[in-house]
Design a protein around this ligand. Structure first.
Ligand code: UD1
Ligand code: UDP
Length: 454
């Protein structure tokens, strides 16, 4: 029996953790409870999703609420510690890159309770983004890292994470969308309610990143693009952070005026209605992380209101275009996709890289089957003090052996043509490959002698 403490705290975490919860709920050998950090506490960002997704009530609530990064992270660390110590789980699990997640990861590892990270390995390589800091820290202390794509797993390998801790599982958002696309078509009446049946172009807009909301120039530029796209009906469910900022900058009144007659301001929507809007949309304008993925999975063009993304797969596949907050770029890209039907036709032929819809089940299985290996323990006694990394090119003598055969652990493997791959124990080494090994120096030197490695 494995005893699991699941943490979630914001809208996207509730949505993306749901498939893991469904997966665990079907396993008699798993006992789990939910702890909600209450980073999001408004009904429309939290309770609505527990209800729609039919999730069990949280057993614990940390009541952390809003505040500075220092406040939020430290409050989660402190309060999660009490819950973890009291419940005494075999492992904790959290999803994503919020302040809640980094707080839980730190609390857990300090109590020597293994931390499992769902949606691990995403990187924008932009450290000014608060979420990038959270992801890197959470991943660096995790004992089990569930990477949604191979690319995410490679990011982890390059940072030196032991490949034995990494699983490529797919993204749980695919699981949940597969269920909700059907429900949204049947249950949601939002299109009729808002009388949108005959609009020419329907666009969904969301903005909540601090780089946009906390910078009036960027926010203004995005909203000017909205106004210029007058042939489009733009639906804008406003995140509370954005609402507060629009009020502060005196922009909210203007948005409600005739100048923005193509804009429909909405409260944050429940999942069924929001998915329905995504289904019906001609394009999506967003700075959200999760919505970039959802657009790709649904085959919708997405114009990302950021200067970079930790989901580069969406850009490479052609679903996503990075516009930043440039008014002209947003307008040009939106017009490019809505006036060119072949663009959408081509998108519909591309398979997204986010998985097969079984990520939640897969993660639940991995946890149940492997939790005893997720130990937080001191490394074995090191005669030389500590291990070190060295990189070798596989030669004739080494080729033909498997990753498992080698005494030093192979942590990264690169084909001769430069393609990196995730080393698995049964993988055979080929002449010319580059391998990065981790071991004590005397063991590496022995390997060098034995196989004539320079
Ligand atoms: C947080 C996450 C972000 C994630 C987003 C999902 C961090 C650093 N940010 O951003 O990664 O994409 O959630 O939506 O963890 N507020 C309310 N009611 C609420 C919650 C927030 O009014 O229930 C308002 C408060 O004014 C608060 C502001 O929104 O100060 C920001 O909330 P916060 O949780 O700090 O960050 P988000 O912008 O929601
Ligand atoms: N979402 C929703 N209602 C809304 C806006 C978003 O249900 O009004 C969903 C959306 O489908 C996605 C998730 O919330 O699954 C994304 O949340 P958000 O953009 O707040 O966070 P991020 O993904 O950027 O961390």
């Amino acid at each position: 029996m494995v005893k699991i403490l699941l943490f979630m705290g914001t809208r996207p975490e509730i949505i993306k953790m749901a498939p893991v919860i469904y997966g665990l709920a079907g396993k008699p050998e798993a006992e789990f409870v939910i702890c909600d950090t209450s980073q999001h506490y408004d009904e429309e960002l939290s309770k609505v999703f527990y209800e729609e997704l039919k999730l069990p009530e949280p057993e614990f609530k940390l009541e952390v609420g809003s505040g500075s990064h220092g406040y939020q992270v430290s409050a989660v660390v402190k309060k999660a510690e009490e819950v973890i110590a009291g419940y005494n789980p075999d492992l904790t699990v959290a999803e994503g890159d919020t302040n809640s997640v980094v707080g839980v990861a730190l609390s857990s590892v300090k109590l020597k309770v293994p931390f499992a990270h769902v949606e691990s390995g995403l990187r924008s390589y932009d450290i000014t983004m608060p979420e990038e800091v959270n992801r890197k820290i959470a991943d660096s202390v995790a004992s089990a890292l569930f990477a949604p794509t191979e690319r995410a797993a490679l990011n982890l390998l390059y940072e030196g994470v032991n490949p034995g801790y990494i699983w490529v599982t797919g993204n749980t958002i695919v699981d949940i969308l597969q269920l909700y696309v059907h429900r949204a078509r049947i249950e949601s009446t939002i299109i009729q309610d808002l009388e949108l049946e005959s609009v020419d172009f329907l666009i969904v807009l969301t903005v909540h990143r601090p780089e946009n909301t906390d910078n009036p120039e960027r926010l203004k530029s995005i909203l000017e693009a909205v106004r210029e796209l007058e042939e489009c009906t733009i639906l804008f469910p406003v995140h509370p952070r954005t609402k507060a900022k629009l009020e502060e900058y005196g922009m909210l009144k203007k948005l409600k005026s005739r100048k923005f007659k193509n804009l429909i301001l909405l409260k944050p929507l429940g999942y069924v209605d929001f998915v329905r809007l995504l289904i019906e949309a001609d394009a999506v304008l967003t700075d959200s992380g999760g919505i970039q993925e959802e657009a790709a999975i649904l085959g919708k063009p997405c114009i990302t209101l950021r200067d970079n993304t930790e989901r580069p797969e969406t850009v490479e596949m052609g679903f996503n275009m990075i516009a930043g907050a440039s008014k002209d770029r947003i307008v040009d890209l939106t017009r490019k996709v809505i006036y060119d039907p072949s663009y959408i036709d081509n998108l519909s032929k591309i398979n997204h890289p986010f998985g097969d819809g079984h990520a939640g089940e897969r993660i639940a299985n991995i946890i149940v089957e492997n939790f005893e290996d997720f130990k937080i323990a001191a490394p074995k006694y090191h005669l030389s003090g500590a291990p070190t990394f060295r990189i070798y090119r596989v030669n004739e003598k080494l080729s033909g052996r498997t990753v498992y055969n080698l005494k030093p652990a192979i942590v990264t493997l690169i084909y001769q043509d430069g393609r990196p791959i995730i080393p698995t124990p049964d993988m055979t080494l080929e002449n010319g490959m580059l391998i990065r090994c981790l071991a004590e120096k005397p063991i590496l030197e022995e390997l060098e002698r034995k196989f004539d490695l320079a």
